[in-house]
Design a protein around this ligand. Structure first.
Ligand code: CO
Length: 140
């Protein structure tokens, strides 16, 4: 079912400061900044060749990322994202299991690039929020 690591996501209180910090200390370069108004976040990706670091900053005080930053003011690891062949099929299979909790009843979301995504609750993935994402053609 799983086809590799898409990204690890770090929630940050200030996206530009995070981008500047990674550049200054680690020579890691973030690409363009995306805004997702629905989710109330701004995002940027640091390309690592075979995977990425996703940096997420809340733009509203009422969303899940803002709540995470309230608990972790300096930021921290927010989720891990794995590729699957087909998000609806994967969610259908995982959703049948009593020991896997799909967030939002399996209703699919979209990532910054318009691909299907869904989330698995941390209580059913070793205490870590799991995002599953449509694999690009070369990963299938
Ligand atoms: Co993500």
């Amino acid at each position: 079912m799983f086809k590799g690591l898409s990204h690890v996501a770090i929630a940050v209180p200030d996206l530009q400061k995070a981008i500047d910090r990674l550049a200054a200390a680690y020579s890691l370069t973030a690409g363009k900044i995306y805004e997702n108004r629905e989710q109330g976040v701004r995002l940027a990706y640091v390309e690592l060749g075979n995977s990425r670091i996703e940096l997420i900053e809340p733009t509203r005080s009422d969303g899940p990322i803002a709540a995470f930053i309230d608990k972790h003011p300096a930021g921290g690891l927010h989720h891990v994202s794995l590729y699957v062949d087909d998000v609806p099929v994967a969610i259908g299979e995982l959703g049948k299991r009593d020991d896997v909790s799909v967030i939002g009843d399996g209703k699919l979301g979209k990532n910054a690039h318009g691909d299907d995504i869904a989330f698995i609750h941390p209580k059913s993935f070793l205490g870590t929020l799991l995002e599953i994402e449509q694999a690009p053609p070369e990963k299938k």
